[in-house]
Design a protein. Structure first.
Length: 265
C-alpha cells in the first residue's frame, strides 16, 4: 500500500481560511502529502484584520505533538505562529523525534494586516531554540529587521541579513523580498554562495497566506526527499504560481491559492 509523506504544521488557525493551518493543509494536499497539525493559537480573523487571539496552553501543544509523532511519524514539519516563549519551548522539545534536516521555521511575527502575533521574549526564544533545529528559516523583510534589530530595505541589505541570520544557527536562510520594488527576488544562503531567486511580479493585493504557503511547500518538498536547495527552488516556483492564482474573498486582501496554483505554468 502506498504511503503518502506526512507533513506536520505547527501553527495557528486562521478563521478566515487564508493563512495558518488552513493554508498549510491545502498546500500539503496540493503536493500529494498527508497533512497533520498541531494548533498553537486560535485567531478571530478575516480579510481585514485579526480581531482576537487565543493561545493554546503549552501543555496541550505538547500533547498534540506527542500524539502526532508517536503514531504518524512526520517526514517533515513547518512552524508558523508561535506567540510565546513557553509555546516555543514546548515545540522545540516536541520536535525532537523529527528527522534531522526536515524542519522549516517561518518566523511569523505580524499578520498581513499589521497585527502583532508574537512578543519580544518569544522572538529571542525562537532564535535560541528553534533556529538551530531548522533546515530553512523563511523571514520576510519586516521579520528579518525585527530579528536583527536593524532595517532591511535593499537587495544588498538582504544579502547581509541572510548571512547574519545564518550565523544564528539554521542550516539555511531564505529571505523573502516580496516587498521590494521590482521583481520578486528572494535571497537564499546556506553557507556557500548567495543565490538570488527571481520571479516575475504579479500585481495583486491578494497575497494573504503567501508566507505560510511557501514554508509549507518547502516542508512538503523536503518530506518528499528533495535537499534544501532543491526544496527552496521548488517552493519558490510553487508560491509564484499560487500568487498568480490568488482570488478575492471578503473586503480585504484575498488569499493565494495553492490548490489552483500548482497547475499554473
Amino acid at each position: 500500500m502506498k504511503r503518502l509523506p506526512v507533513i506536520l504544521s505547527v501553527a495557528g488557525s486562521d478563521s478566515g481560511g487564508g493563512a495558518g493551518i488552513q493554508a498549510d493543509i491545502k498546500t500539503f494536499a496540493a503536493l500529494g502529502c498527508h497533512g497533520a497539525t498541531v494548533l498553537t493559537a486560535l485567531t478571530a480573523q478575516n480579510s481585514v484584520g485579526v480581531q482576537a487571539v487565543h493561545d493554546v496552553p503549552a501543555a496541550f501543544v505538547s500533547a498534540q505533538l506527542e500524539s502526532v509523532q508517536t503514531d504518524l511519524r512526520p517526514d517533515a514539519a513547518k512552524t508558523g505562529m508561535l506567540s510565546s516563549a513557553v509555546i516555543i519551548d514546548a515545540v522545540a522539545k516536541g520536535l525532537a523525534r523529527l528527522p534531522r534536516g526536515k524542519l522549516v521555521v517561518d518566523p511569523v511575527m505580524v499578520s498581513t494586516t499589521g497585527h502583532s502575533l508574537i512578543n519580544r521574549e518569544a522572538v529571542a526564544s525562537m532564535v535560541e531554540k528553534l533556529f538551530p533545529l531548522a533546515e530553512v528559516v523563511t523571514p520576510n523583510l519586516q521579520e528579518a529587521a525585527a530579528l536583527l534589530g536593524r532595517r532591511v530595505e535593499t537587495l544588498e541589505d538582504m544579502k547581509t541579513a541572510a548571512r547574519d541570520l545564518y550565523e544564528r544557527g539554521p542550516r539555511s536562510v531564505l529571505l523573502k523580498g516580496g516587498h521590494l520594488e521590482g521583481s520578486a527576488t528572494d535571497v537564499f544562503f546556506d553557507g556557500g554562495e548567495i543565490e538570488l531567486l527571481r520571479a516575475g511580479r504579479h500585481e495583486t493585493e491578494n497575497t494573504h497566506g503567501s508566507g505560510c504557503v511557501l514554508a509549507a511547500a518547502i516542508a512538503a518538498f523536503l518530506g518528499n526527499g528533495l535537499v534544501r536547495g532543491e526544496a527552496v527552488r521548488a517552493g519558490k516556483a510553487f508560491i509564484t504560481a499560487a500568487v498568480r492564482a490568488s482570488y478575492q474573498v471578503g473586503s480585504g486582501p484575498g488569499p493565494v491559492d495553492p490548490m489552483r496554483g500548482k497547475c499554473t505554468d
